[in-house]
Design a protein around this ligand. Structure first.
Ligand code: F6P
Length: 546
């Protein structure tokens, strides 16, 4: 790794200008910013493809935005956007394109990779997925004993799990209720065992999802699932009726024993965490049907078009990404809470954790130089209002500055009295309370004792954005997913890192393989780890069940 005192980014005059500006902005309170401009709430918002983004409660003024846009241009963001859409090798470290946008491009579009137009391939797979979905829904696809499928078990991890499970939960309202969906990811045998407990193998279809088809967790679970299935059904022919695969590596799928005719392919130019709209979304299509899946793709594509063609100052993903950079690098925000006020989005924060942190959790630039600025903050979250009774306390009164993304919908898919109004009242209240707080003197004026007032006081000035849409449907989910995908890209381009590789996960994987071999040895062997790890291995070997 090369070292230098100041990176190219922090030496930029645009970065330096933001640093100077931040010194004048950081003491300014959102109370003051709102008081100075009564139209702030009407001005600092943008709407596109059905999503309304209110960023008035971010700690910015017009100058902040101007400087951020200058930084974006200096970092050649518009050129990078175009390069990604064109299919250039924007995943520079792995020397390949990152073309998830091709997965939702309409038939008739043309995007080439190595001289080949990939759009016909994308639509051929979508059509195969739709035919398969129809077979399963109609009962034409039967198991070994002739029974139709009732249970769909997706086996995968990371991008081969988080996108599918998030989308299934998000769109459950639109799902075929006569099918039951399960998602197994963890190598912990409890995950698979508890899932299979209640299932009838004769009615169970496994989708083994793995881009590489070499991932330890997925292969271990898939082998165990196959053994469970064969033990019950007693015939090797069951594999062909009860297992399908999604992968970029047909040879590995064949090695596992799944007929390549029962495999749905996707490509090297689709990153795992950007793959939920590829064949990795087969479980999603089985849940909601091909038509709704195409609506999801249309939503993703609509946001792609917005991102590609809208000037940066009105461009939702560009603004969200630049605000994230402002918060992380100039205000010292170290974490972002993603707070969907929509129960169906309960897995959205987990999905975003991989998207944001696996993409931008990087410590070197594209050129291999150590960065001298922070990259991705920590993302976490829970659906509102649950988080309010848990970690919001820290956001309101803790010592760390946390930014929040509130996400809400104007219509409930399950209206129940006034409950949805109460839900959204809470969403709006939280943003307001975080921004404005309530001072000690205000509490004292309301009768709080001298001793209690400091405990009740909330400083406010906690930044947040609010995303509001009409209702959660497949199209809207698509727009939301693409919004975050592209916002992550914007941040990566500013930070000059590769948002499409993930080398950091490899070291642990390799060590785990080595330790697994050592644990499996019957006789104590010479261990060459550190003294702590050595002792943990010995202790585990001593006490593990034999
Ligand atoms: O965690 C690393 C990772 O490579 C992710 O990027 C990916 O989504 C996940 O593992 C699963 O990989 P695969 O789909 O190849 O099984």
């Amino acid at each position: 790794m090369k070292h230098s005192t100041f990176s190219a980014l922090t030496q930029r005059p645009e970065w330096q200008a933001l640093l100077t500006h931040a010194r004048s902005m950081s003491p300014r309170h959102l109370r003051e910013l709102f008081a100075a401009d009564p139209t702030r709430g009407e001005r600092l918002c943008v709407e596109a493809v059905g999503l309304y983004l209110d960023y008035a409660k971010q700690r910015i003024d017009d100058e902040t935005l101007r400087l951020l846009l200058e930084l974006a241009r200096a970092c050649q963001l518009p050129e990078s956007i175009e390069a990604m859409f064109r299919g250039d090798r924007v995943n520079r470290v792995e020397n390949r394109p990152a073309l998830h946008v091709a997965l939702r491009a309409p038939a008739g579009a043309h995007i080439t990779v190595d001289g080949r137009d990939v759009i016909p391939d994308v639509h051929a797979v979508l059509d195969r997925m739709a035919r398969f979905t129809e077979q399963v829904h109609s009962g034409a696809w039967t198991g070994l004993t002739g029974k139709p499928m009732r249970n769909i078990v997706n086996i995968g991890i990371g991008g081969s799990d988080l996108g599918p499970v998030m989308a299934y939960e998000a769109l459950r309202h639109y799902s075929h209720r006569d099918l039951r969906f399960f998602f197994v990811s963890n190598i912990d045998p409890t995950d698979l065992s508890e899932t299979l407990r209640e299932l009838d193998p004769a009615e169970t279809l496994f989708i083994v999802c793995s881009k590489t088809f070499t991932t330890q967790e997925t292969l271990a679970n898939a082998h165990a699932a196959r053994a469970w299935c064969l033990q019950a059904l007693g015939d090797e022919a069951a594999v062909a009726r009860h297992f399908v695969a999604v992968s970029s590596h047909p040879e590995e799928v064949a090695r596992f024993g799944i007929d390549p005719a029962h495999m749905f392919i996707f490509w090297d130019w689709v990153g795992g965490r950007y793959s939920m709209d590829s064949a990795i979304g087969l479980s999603t299509m089985l849940a909601i049907g091909a038509e709704h899946f195409r609506a999801l793709l249309a939503g993703l594509h609509a946001m792609d078009e917005h991102f590609r063609h809208t000037p940066l100052e009105r461009n939702l993903p560009a603004l969200m990404g630049l605000l994230a950079v402002w918060n992380a690098n100039f205000l010292g925000v170290s974490a972002v809470a993603v707070l969907p006020y929509e129960q169906y989005l309960k897995r959205f924060p987990a999905y975003l954790q991989q998207l944001t942190m696996e993409s931008n959790g990087k410590h070197v630039t594209l050129g291999g130089e150590r960065v001298d600025y922070d990259t991705a903050p920590i993302y976490w979250g829970e659906p509102g209002t649950n988080g309010q009774h848990s970690f919001y306390q820290l956001i309101h009164q803790g010592t760390r500055l946390i930014a929040c993304d509130f996400i809400g919908f104007c219509q409930s898919l399950n209206p129940l009295g006034t409950q949805h109004d109460l839900l959204i009242a809470n969403l709006i209240a939280q943003g307001e309370a975080l921004a404005f707080g309530k001072r000690e003197e205000e509490w004292r004026a309301q009768g709080a004792s001298q001793a209690l007032a400091p405990h009740r006081a909330c400083e406010g000035n906690r930044p947040s954005s609010t995303l509001l849409a009409e209702r959660l449907d497949p199209f809207t989910l698509g727009t939301l997913v693409a919004l975050y995908e592209h916002s992550v890209f914007v941040q990566g381009m500013i930070w000059q890192i590769d948002p499409f590789d993930q080398w950091g996960v490899e070291l642990g994987k390799a060590l785990a393989k080595r330790i697994a071999t050592e644990i499996a040895q019957p006789e104590p062997s010479e261990l060459s780890h550190d003294s702590s790890s050595n002792r943990l291995i010995r202790r585990y070997r001593q006490y593990k069940a034999i």
